[in-house]
Write a protein that binds this ligand. Structure first.
Ligand code: ZN
Length: 279
């Protein structure tokens, strides 16, 4: 938890930041919250030498840049494994002129889950080939760049209980595994699943852990991944609007019950989806 003094200091810095940008507070709704923590999104103002056509990179990955109230802002997804402290953006090319910004620490809670299907916790050797192959394919969905500017106001893909928040440090059957890189929304099997924002279906498939999965490329490195579907109702290449049905909630893959796992990736960093909408 934050100490009162720390909170006052952070609020002070945030106010100064917005004042420097000259953005009236009411305009901020169109942007995700400035949350420069592991698993968060940093909003970094760019100076006048930068134009909308200047590519900006973070960890060699191109990042989303938008104009807001006559100010260019880079939206940086910060990976959960990032170390707090100074971080660097590069202009024009991955090793070009640099701009620094700060990553502040955040600690996430622990979660212990019991999985009945032990093969989903300790996969067989033959499963490992499939898992490695799928991991490579999934990475391409997060690293592909499509130049269309994204719409940043998301809507929940399904109405339901937020059953598992983002960032939990997970243990399956008491064994440590990767942190929770999305949110889980519990809903009945067969409930229509909606696209959280407009985009292009960049892939679909049946994955070992994620079950039936849909990837939606929202543009400029912002990607949604929706997992554990009972049924997929879109195809790669389809254009979808916010609220359009893309499938049905299910319990395929590694699950303890019917729910959708919604992951949001920005510049190949998985970030908290609740930064983009109000649950
Ligand atoms: Zn999940």
């Amino acid at each position: 938890m934050l100490e009162k003094g720390q909170l006052t200091r952070i609020m002070g810095i945030a106010t100064l930041f917005w004042t420097l940008l000259g953005i009236p507070y009411t305009d901020l709704r169109a942007l995700p919250n400035h949350s420069p923590v592991p698993g968060g999104v940093a909003l970094v103002p760019l100076d006048k030498s930068v134009t909308l056509d200047t590519p900006v990179f973070y960890q060699s990955q191109r990042v989303l840049v938008l104009e807001h109230s006559n100010q260019l802002i880079a939206l940086i997804g910060i990976p959960l494994h990032a170390s707090p402290g100074s971080a660097t953006l590069h202009l024009e090319r991955p090793d070009g002129p640099s701009i620094s910004f700060q990553i502040t620490p955040k600690s996430y809670a622990e979660q212990r889950l019991k999985i009945e299907n032990k093969r989903k916790v300790n996969p067989y050797q033959k499963d490992m080939d499939r898992i490695i192959r799928e991991k490579k394919l999934i990475k391409t969905k997060f690293t592909d760049w499509r130049d269309e500017p994204p719409h940043l106001e998301f809507a929940a893909p399904v109405e339901g209980i937020l059953s598992s928040p983002f960032g939990l440090r997970r243990f399956y059957n008491d064994q440590p595994r990767s942190p929770h890189s999305g949110i889980d929304i519990a809903a009945a099997e067969g409930t229509p699943l909606l696209s959280p924002a407009k985009g292009v279906i960049s892939g679909t498939g049946d994955f070992f852990f994620n079950g039936n999965t849909v990837f939606i490329d929202h543009g400029q490195g912002l990607v949604s991944m929706l997992c554990h579907l009972q049924e997929i109702l879109v195809q790669e290449g389809d254009r979808v609007q916010q609220g359009q049905v893309i499938g049905k909630v299910g319990m395929t893959g590694r699950v303890t019950g019917p729910h959708v796992h919604w992951g949001v990736s920005l510049n190949n960093a998985r970030v908290d989806p609740t930064l983009f909408y109000t649950p």
